[in-house]
Design a protein around this ligand. Structure first.
Ligand code: ARG
Length: 444
């Protein structure tokens, strides 16, 4: 045997710095259960097609199951200076079952193995994040139901515009998360293709059945082209892109909570459990979770860029650059799940200062659009009505104009203009009641 785990080709040893440089175990240890599952399915298929005996299959599958159980119980640790998780798994199996265990390498390469593991991991991560998204949606819905009769100014250009129901505002965020959920479902579909059997790049001379391993692993389909199978990382790009967009939504929610909790707005007060003080200024209560989410959004977007740049310019098929595909996905997925759960905690506990919101709606400017609408109903052309309402806000109406405008203006209040918005999707309470039902149904 040479000085290397894999490589009769080499007479000399690897430089220690090269060994360390090439190692990915610290990161890809996350794939261990996926790797064991893949080994198991691969052996099962190999025995079904007669490439390994059923005796060998039984022995090795029992060994795999034992390793899995010990890892789950915490009595076995992933340690040692193995290059990656696949080397660790093989070494572990060989340590227990002898050289026969190396048969798991028959008809398969680390190139198809790693991406099969990665796809399995991604599918599980998607489910976990979807569950977290549902939790946050549930919180938003609950808060919306609780505040169905409260209202605040809606803003455009961060200037007060028209009154909106607080529930309507909260549900706006609910729907953006609904799209995230759907995008993640689409990513799961993209990841749902099994590359195992593509081998290093060209498939195998053994009569393997990739369809069968796909089925055993719960994939709905197998690859069409072995070169594509080992080099395709579209699923990871789509996943990071869906995660980036989800973070952008969380970041916008965060920005809003930060603004609302500033004294200048005074619309929200963070719960003590979800805010922090200052080491110097005793009066401070800072919206840290929201700021951290806003900050981590940059990192998740960075991970998407990182993967795109890694892939750009890679020739077919597997290249070692592809080892760099996993850390950004692992970190982004773990980060997003946590951010979604933190946002759920913040949203569930933040106090909405509904009196402050209502006071802010006393601004007569919020009535101007409806005043113009009233004047149009009374026969004024729209441009004239618009101008008169603008002059009313600015208190520049002459005597004659005031006679036309005031009787209409007197009929208006924040509540009346809010209640006037009753069509589907509008900001008034009648519409929002229907919207709440629809939202509730969409997550059940
Ligand atoms: N650790 C490697 C990765 O993550 C596994 C595949 C290695 N393949 C190879 N031909 N060196 O991509």
């Amino acid at each position: 045997m040479s000085g290397k785990l894999w490589g009769g080709r080499f007479a000399g040893k690897t430089h220690p710095l090269m060994e360390e440089f090439g190692r990915s175990l610290e990161s890809d240890r996350r794939l261990v259960f996926c790797d064991l599952r893949v080994c198991r399915a691969h052996l099962q298929m190999l025995s079904e097609v007669g490439a390994v005996s059923s005796q060998t299959r039984q022995k090795l599958i029992a060994t795999i199951d034992q390793v899995k159980a010990e890892l789950e119980e915490g009595v076995l640790q992933i340690a040692g200076d193995h290059e990656d998780i696949h080397s660790w798994v093989e070494a572990e199996l060989r340590g227990r079952a002898g050289d026969e265990a190396s048969l798991i390498r028959l008809g398969r390469s680390r190139n198809d193995l790693v991406v099969t593991d990665f796809r399995l991991w991604t599918r599980q991560a998607i489910q976990d994040i979807q569950q977290a998204v549902r939790e946050l949606q549930g919180v938003l819905l609950q808060r919306a139901e609780q505040h169905a009769r409260d209202y605040l100014p809606g803003y455009t250009h961060l200037q007060r515009a028209q009154p909106v129901a607080l529930s309507h505002h909260l549900l706006a965020h609910f729907w953006s998360l609904q799209r995230d959920f759907q995008r993640l479902a689409d990513c799961a579909d993209e990841a749902d293709c099994c590359p195992l059997g593509a081998g290093a790049l060209a498939g195998s001379s053994w009569a393997i059945q990739p369809q069968r391993t796909a089925e055993l692993l719960g994939f709905s389909r197998s690859f069409d082209n072995s070169l594509d199978a080992v080099s395709d990382r579209d699923f990871a790009v789509e996943f990071l892109s869906a995660l980036s967009l989800c973070m952008i939504h969380l970041s916008r929610m965060s920005e809003e909570l930060i603004l609302w909790s500033a004294a200048e707005f005074g619309f929200a007060t963070f719960d003590d459990a979800w805010s922090t003080g200052s080491s110097l200024m005793p009066q401070k209560k800072n919206p840290d979770p929201a700021e951290l989410i806003r900050g981590r959004t940059g990192r998740v977007i960075g991970h998407l860029q990182s993967l795109l740049v890694t892939l750009k310019g890679l020739p077919l098929a597997y290249n070692r650059d592809l080892q760099e595909d996993k850390p950004p996905v692992f970190e982004a997925a773990e980060m997003v799940e946590k951010c979604v759960l933190v946002m759920a905690g913040v949203m569930a506990s933040v106090r909405f200062e509904t009196q402050r919101m209502e006071q802010a709606c006393a601004d007569p400017g919020l009535l101007a659009t409806d005043l113009a609408d009233h004047l149009v109903r009374a026969g004024q052309p729209f441009n004239v009505a618009h101008e008169l309402a603008g002059k009313w806000v600015d208190q520049r109406l002459d005597h004659e104009e005031a006679q036309i405008v005031h009787p209409h203006a007197e009929q208006l209040s924040a509540l009346s203009v809010l209640h006037a918005r009753r069509h589907a999707g509008a900001a008034g309470p009648f519409s929002v009641d229907l919207q709440l039902q629809k939202a509730r149904a969409s997550i059940q």
